[in-house]
Design a protein around this ligand. Structure first.
Ligand code: SF4
Length: 298
């Protein structure tokens, strides 16, 4: 059971979204996957910037006129977070500082400067806030860019950067549907997989996968088999996968095309993937993390 967040911090999906859509660069939330208080960093407060167009993307159109991202504003909002932190009834430790929000962080020209600032911020945190991980959530499309992969590897080595890498499909057809890139999209499935493999040989990743209904159709048994086979191949070929997170549609999204898998279907998928790949698999249903497959719950 998570404790309440510090006063004034977002507790739920709606508040979290409102904070990002209001152009906030720093948005504290209680995160199921982090298991507590997480500080989201939004590198795109003025407009979504992403190489994908996922049908389940929760980024709604942003009101015009928002100022663009600046390191100065980030520093100021981090300071404001610290000022507000002790006002809560029972402030809990900060589990992570998470780069995500309104787009693909690896596309930001500020990424290196932001990682530098977050490392300094974490180093200066008072002991009562703990030592949060710095997490980067990526759609995996930038890993084949040497500038990006070198930068992330350096922060992994120096600061223990944790990278969550999206892989929503084990075949081209589902990849195209889930990435929103369509049949003629510029990024190739094979290219994304090759970039993920090369990067995860250098930096361990948490693989993140959305399993949801799309236009009324859930992923098929053969989609899951393709996905497990791809994960197994990646590991055989040297990918370092810390764990796999399967999650389902749980937040409102502008496309209106997606639906949640129920807990039983998600738990069954998690048990299958875990058994067939040997990887640790965590599953996040609509409202909560599901018990691990090894507990016999899936
Ligand atoms: S990768 Fe993330 S930000 Fe980009 S479209 Fe997909 S869900 Fe949205």
């Amino acid at each position: 059971m998570l404790k309440p967040p510090p006063r004034g911090l977002a507790t739920g999906v709606a508040e979290h979204r409102r904070d990002r859509e209001a152009g906030r660069v720093v948005y504290p939330v209680i995160s199921r996957r982090s298991g507590g208080l997480s500080l989201g960093i939004n590198l795109f407060p003025d407009a979504k910037l992403c190489s994908f167009d996922c049908p389940y993307c929760e980024v709604f159109p942003i009101a015009p006129g928002m100022p663009g991202f600046s390191i100065v504003e980030l520093e100021s909002e981090l300071g404001a977070f610290l000022d507000s932190y002790d006002q809560g009834p029972a402030p809990e430790p900060l589990r992570d500082i998470c780069l995500s929000g309104n787009g693909e962080p690896c596309l930001s020209p500020h990424l290196g400067g932001v990682l530098d600032l977050l490392a300094r911020f974490r180093g200066d945190l008072p002991l009562r806030l703990g030592r949060p991980e710095i997490v980067l959530i990526s759609n995996s499309s930038g890993f084949s860019d040497p500038g990006v992969s070198d930068l992330l590897e350096r922060f992994y080595r120096d600061e223990g950067l944790v990278v969550w890498a999206k892989l929503d499909a084990g075949n081209e057809r589902l990849f195209r549907a889930m990435s929103g890139l369509g049949a003629a999209g510029g990024l190739s499935f094979d290219g994304i997989v090759a970039g993920l493999l090369a990067f995860s040989r250098r930096v361990p990743v948490v693989v993140q996968t959305m399993l949801c209904g799309l236009d009324g159709a859930a992923p098929s048994a053969s989609d899951l088999e393709d996905y497990s086979a791809l994960l197994s191949r990646l590991v055989r070929e040297g990918a370092r996968v810390r764990e796999v997170h399967l999650y389902t549609f749980a937040r409102p999204c502008p496309s209106g095309r997606c639906s949640s898998l129920d807990d039983a279907a998600l738990a069954g998928a998690a048990a299958f993937v875990q058994a067939s790949t040997g990887l640790r698999v965590r599953a996040f249903g609509r409202s909560d993390e599901l018990p691990p497959a090894s507990d016999g719950a899936a």
